[in-house]
Design a protein around this ligand. Structure first.
Ligand code: CO
Length: 231
């Protein structure tokens, strides 16, 4: 039995109705693309032909996949200005070839000057990592955030309000991912060659749209501790 037949058994016509809604939200995307292209080329007819010539972004954004935290919109930047990597809860693990490839390309080929780890309050990944419910394959990914909790449990366990505690874990998770990036040979080798690469930690407050700079910016190995100083 197809899902549509299934829904029609619950309520006649419901399957068709849902298919119509799905189709219109899909069509909306294509129409949205045409509108976007028209709006840009009305202002600047060369906009896309110039973009096609290449990119030289100054920033790598590593953020959460959450649909409410898009890099360009939140920073009022345009296509071509921000190189982006996103995953659930903006986790940076040094065995993640995907993240490392993006980082390597951004740092060594594009020569970005800023790498920003952008977490956000109310992050579903962080909230899930605080609980004991199993969610399936994602649990393996969330385990990294549980490690962050364990590392900072002395501070977190003292916060009785659950929302406040999860907000602080969002901040600490972001800070730990900044630290993780600084531990990579990619960042450390780049620091040997140039002084203009900085790694930052931000948290976005979805309820205001505003960014909180966590003031943990790093541009050298000074605060990493001896064991992670690979120079
Ligand atoms: Co999130």
């Amino acid at each position: 039995m197809s899902p549509k037949q299934d829904l029609n058994e619950i309520r006649p016509g419901m399957g068709e109705q849902i298919q119509e809604i799905q189709k219109s939200s899909y069509e909306q995307l294509l129409q949205g693309n045409r509108d976007f292209v028209k709006a840009e080329t009305d202002i600047d007819p060369e906009y896309f032909s110039r973009l096609a010539r290449g990119q030289s972004p100054q920033v790598l954004w590593i953020g959460c996949s959450d649909s409410r935290v898009p890099a360009n919109e939140l920073t009022n930047t345009k296509p071509g200005e921000v190189f982006v990597h996103r995953n659930i809860a903006n986790v940076c693990v040094h065995s993640d070839m995907n993240m490392l490839s993006v980082l390597d390309y951004a740092v060594n080929v594009l020569k970005v000057k800023h790498v920003i780890v952008a977490g956000h309050y109310g992050c579903g990944g962080v909230l899930a990592a605080m609980g004991s419910k199993q969610f399936g394959i994602i649990d393996n990914w969330l385990r990294h955030i549980k490690d962050v909790y364990r590392l900072h449990s002395h501070e977190l366990d003292l916060i009785s309000d659950e929302k406040e505690r999860s907000n602080r874990l969002v901040e600490l998770n972001t800070i730990e991912q900044v630290y993780n990036l600084c531990k990579t040979t990619i960042v450390q080798n780049a620091w040997k060659e140039r002084e203009d690469l900085q790694v930052h930690g931000w948290v976005i407050d979805i309820s205001t749209g505003l960014v909180k700079d966590l003031k943990v910016s790093c541009s050298n190995t000074d605060n990493l501790g001896k064991v992670f100083d690979l120079s």
